[in-house]
Design a protein around this ligand. Sequence first.
Ligand code: FES
Length: 165
Amino acid sequence: MNEATPIKGDQPDEIDFMELDNIIEMDFNNDPENLIMILQAIQGRYNYLPRPALRYIAEKIDVPLSQIYGVGTFYSTFSLEPRGRNIVSVCLGTACHVRGGERVRERIEESLNLTDGETTDDMRFTFESVRCIGCCSLGPVVKINEDIHGRIGAAEIAETLEKYE
Ligand code: FES
């Protein structure tokens, strides 16, 4: 078993290294083959991939940090930056665009005072635009976490966002 140590200055207060050990060792057997699943578990826990956690994983499973960053940046489901508790995605694919997706996007930006890719200061919301999430007949579509809000109008945005703490 590798003994990885937290690195000074890496905000160790924010990372529970014992919990990381449980994920890496108990759930995934320190196996480099399980790297993607380990990263999914870390992302599920922190809502993003904290850099200190990635360095810790690299030591524990003996995989180059560059390879871990490569995986973390390749898949769009992973984020290397802190994200809000709720991920708001507005679809701007063709079907949603022609049904008013742009107006919905503008209303979300106004309501949250964010632009694409930004997170509110209270970490409540991260906003992003996406291209087609596979529900074109429901356009315009907004996805919040795993919830699909189809045929949504700009007037419904504020009330919809209120439901997410
Ligand atoms: S274009 Fe929006 S879901 Fe397909």
